[in-house]
Design a protein around this ligand. Structure first.
Ligand code: UDX
Length: 432
């Protein structure tokens, strides 16, 4: 099938490559000429394992092209995916400006040409948005609007797109459903046919629910700290209940990234607008907001204050296997440390370039590796559980640090080894 994908960010680019790998002829559209030029040369603007190689593969088979020529690309396509950003506005609501701009462009580009097409909204949008879009395009009966939310995880984006947990197809149109089932023929997953509003809510609710599990565990971790229990052992015991399951029970510095923080706020905004409070979800966001500060408070107590202390931060990305620092807990930790007069030395496997936009090299020192970061440090704080940090030569780290205090914000480091070497070890919901 001929497919256009509007927006070549995480979701758009991965969707485009996954559909090209499924033998569809795909054109990726973006306003950003530099990005399109780089994509022509097989360079993805994001760090995503396997994506570069897959892109080069589908390019060599001529299954994918990229363009800034919106009209030409959509006119040549049967299925048009909208994958533009829906960032939070100042009230936490999803800002649909880019989406509605695309709808206006589609209206202009497809006015004359009456070929039947399906417009698929993949961007995460508040429930009811697709119905609104369909109303706006109601006079163009050759266009059908469907919701097909994306559930991919950063770092595993291609894998999740090629082998998703489910394909949710929100449409009342049998024709659109049949065409989308045909489109996804080569991708093995349960297809769930539902209404657009339900499809949109499934996306928000899934992210909100996973966020809730994390905040629940983080709150429980605070209690574990007080009563002398180990949150990791409690999580194992809980996860063995098949009704609960083991995933998303890791206490830490809280969730970050481009989805959970934004989507929980957007769902709360929908609740507010409908005068239907979601108290649990509100508390989920509050626990997440305060989790890095709660940990920092523990660290401060150990150090007798942070003023003039040298703190090594290992890990800046919001999670491993990505260079994405959006809403990363490391940002809150570093900001608080600077506010308290500490000196920060930071290192991340791949996210330092992105972090330099937030904290300049005048504010914090970016080091060439973890060992440089810990030299003369009064404390080491692990913010992202990259494998390289779990495998450090901790004897060497011990020799380099001024004060052997390891603060494990992800409960990921080898606790017993660290104790044996002589470190003081602080973690989340673990009494050391
Ligand atoms: C998430 C959803 O998983 C995905 O389905 C959705 O489409 C987009 O949002 P992503 O943001 O890539 O994906 O990251 P994910 O792996 O879900 O982790 C989100 C955050 O939660 C990270 O900051 C991670 O460190 C944190 N997390 C995750 C925990 O703190 N504890 C856990 O047990 C799991």
């Amino acid at each position: 099938m001929k497919v256009a994908v509007i927006g070549t960010g995480y979701v758009g680019l991965t969707t485009a490559v996954a559909l090209a790998l499924s033998d569809h002829l795909v054109v990726g559209i973006d306003l950003n000429e530099e990005k399109i030029e780089a994509l022509h040369q097989g360079k993805t603007p994001i760090y995503e394992p396997g994506l570069d190689e897959a892109l080069i593969h589908v390019q060599s088979k001529k299954m994918i092209t990229f363009t800034t020529d919106f009209d030409k690309a959509v006119q040549a396509s049967e299925i048009i995916f909208i994958c533009v950003g829906t960032p939070s506005d100042i009230e936490g609501k999803a800002d649909l400006g880019q989406l509605y701009q695309v709808i206006r462009q589609l209206r202009r580009a497809l006015q004359e040409n009456k070929t039947r097409r399906v417009i698929v909204v993949k961007s995460t949008v508040p429930p009811g948005t697709c119905d609104q879009v369909a109303k706006q395009l109601a006079d163009m009966s050759h266009l059908t609007v469907a919701s097909n939310p994306e559930f991919l995880r950063e770092g595993k984006a291609l894998l999740d797109s090629m082998s998703p947990s489910r394909i949710v197809l929100g449409t009342e149109s049998e024709e659109a459903f049949t065409r989308l089932v045909e489109l996804y023929e080569k991708i093995p997953a349960i297809r769930l046919k539902t209404t657009p509003i339900q499809a949109e809510l499934i996306k928000y609710a899934s992210n909100a629910f996973l966020s809730m599990r994390i905040s629940f565990m983080n709150e429980l971790a605070r209690l574990c700290d007080k009563i002398g229990a180990d949150i990791t052992a409690v999580a194992v015991g809980m996860g063995l209940d098949s009704r609960i399951g083991p995933e998303f029970l890791q206490a830490g510095l809280g969730y970050g990234g481009s989805c959970f923080p934004k989507d929980t706020l957007a769902l709360l905004a929908v609740a507010r607008e409908n005068n239907q409070p979601m108290d649990i979800l509100y508390q989920v966001t509050q626990v997440n907001e305060t989790q890095p500060l709660w940990f920092l408070h523990k660290i401060e107590q150990q150090l007798n204050g942070c003023k003039d202390k040298t703190i090594a931060i290992l890990g800046l990305a919001f999670k491993p296997e990505t260079d994405d620092i959006r809403e990363a807990p490391s940002i809150k930790i570093i900001q608080q440390l600077l506010d308290r007069g500490a000196k920060v030395k930071a290192y991340d496997t791949i996210a330092m370039t992105n972090m330099k936009v937030i904290f300049s090299e005048d504010q914090i020192t970016y080091e060439s590796d973890a060992y440089e970061a810990v030299k003369q440090a009064d404390a080491l704080i692990l913010c992202t559980e990259w494998d390289e940090f779990k495998q450090l030569d901790f004897e060497r780290v011990y020799r380099y640090m001024k004060n052997p205090l390891v603060c494990d914000g992800r409960n990921a480091l080898p606790r017993e080894r660290l104790h044996a070497i002589g470190f003081k070890y602080l973690a989340i919901g673990l009494t050391s």
